[in-house]
Write a protein that binds this ligand. Structure first.
Ligand SMILES: NC(=O)c1ccc[n+]([C@@H]2O[C@H](COP(=O)([O-])OP(=O)(O)OC[C@H]3O[C@@H](n4cnc5c(N)ncnc54)[C@H](OP(=O)(O)O)[C@@H]3O)[C@@H](O)[C@H]2O)c1
Length: 288
């Protein structure tokens, strides 16, 4: 199959490219930059998805895996959730229709729903709605919880935090997460591409174990050979006030990120096990 992958240079993209190439697909990889370490042999098409020629990039494709997404806005560079999640998805769908490419695997996120607290999730929802409105696009939508494996930015940040003498925790740190392995998602994507029965399906994806935020911190400390760090529980109102400053000065957390750190990110949906029957548990993750 000829597959175009957007967001191919990112954290998840690395695993998806490897899985697709290993499974014998021809891959066109879209991003603004080529990654420094090029492992999988793919054809790179470089450009900004907000204005690049997506139609040209899709020429000869049978399917698209759409991974582009952001976790933090940079409004002064025109990088907003609205533009990156809704605008870029709309451009991609238009290009797919013009190129007569109908199969799409779209990466959304767990927590995506109408009226979600975080703008991240609200714009992911709008993108999902756009896709659902296109009768000629056969899409499968994936909504994963936190992804682990390799060098994930979120867990790397936790790993840095736990080196502090006291770790700041928003609120009581009891928010539940259900981390899922990056390679399992890559395997799932490859299997879905060739399974037309999954068109029109939205899958929530969580790993086999659930952890509180503070447990994830302790896990990262243990992985770094450290004892569970003392926690400094900060009132949510205080963290929220600091987060609001992110509009003017660099602070570690934005209001959107805070909303996501304080809202359970778990699911009972196990339909994805039809394609990946034995997902890797987070507790077996070996940091290299
Ligand atoms: N990681 C997680 O835990 C997690 C959990 C749930 C859902 N997701 C979703 O999964 C998807 C992939 O996540 P990830 O962790 O791999 O993200 P990532 O590492 O930040 O990768 C994002 C990708 O998007 C590309 N990109 C960003 N802006 C672009 C632009 N203007 N034009 C073209 N390409 C652009 C980046 O490439 P360049 O910078 O080279 O352009 C990169 O390849 C996202 O949609 C994310 O919301 C991730």
């Amino acid at each position: 199959m000829n597959v175009t992958v957007t967001g191919a240079s990112g954290y998840l993209g690395a695993s998806v490219l490897r899985q697709l190439v290993e499974s014998g697909h021809n891959v066109v990889a879209l991003a603004r930059h080529k990654p420094a370490r090029l492992l999988a042999p793919v054809r790179w098409v470089l450009g900004d998805a907000r204005d690049m020629d997506l139609l040209g990039a899709l020429e000869g494709s049978d399917a698209v895996v759409h991974l582009i997404g952001i976790i933090r806005e940079i409004p002064q560079q025109g990088i907003t959730f609205e533009k990156m999640h809704v605008g870029v998805t709309e451009r991609l769908l238009t290009a797919m229709q013009a190129a007569k490419v109908s199969r799409l695997i779209h990466m959304s996120a767990l927590g995506t729903r109408p009226g979600a607290v975080a703008q991240y999730h609200r714009t992911k929802w709008r993108a999902e709605q756009l896709i659902a409105s296109m009768s000629d696009i056969a899409a499968t939508i994936l909504r994963p919880s936190l992804i682990f494996g390799g060098d994930p930015p979120f867990f790397k940040m936790l790993g840095d935090l736990v080196k502090l003498p006291g770790v700041p925790v928003p609120g009581d740190g009891s928010t539940l997460f259900q981390p899922v392995a990056r390679d399992d998602i890559a395997i799932l994507i490859e299997k879905l591409l060739t399974d037309e029965n999954s068109a029109g399906v939205t899958l929530e994806i969580g790993g086999p174990e659930r952890f509180r935020l503070t447990q994830l911190m302790d896990f990262m400390a243990a992985k770094n050979g450290r004892r569970p760090p003392p926690k400094i529980h900060l009132p949510l109102a205080l963290v929220g006030a600091v987060a609001k400053l992110s509009a003017v000065i660099p602070v570690p957390v934005t209001p959107d990120q805070l909303a996501m750190l304080t809202e359970a990110n778990v699911t009972d949906d196990i339909r994805w096990h039809d394609w990946v029957p034995h997902p890797v548990p987070f507790s077996s993750w070996n940091l290299k």
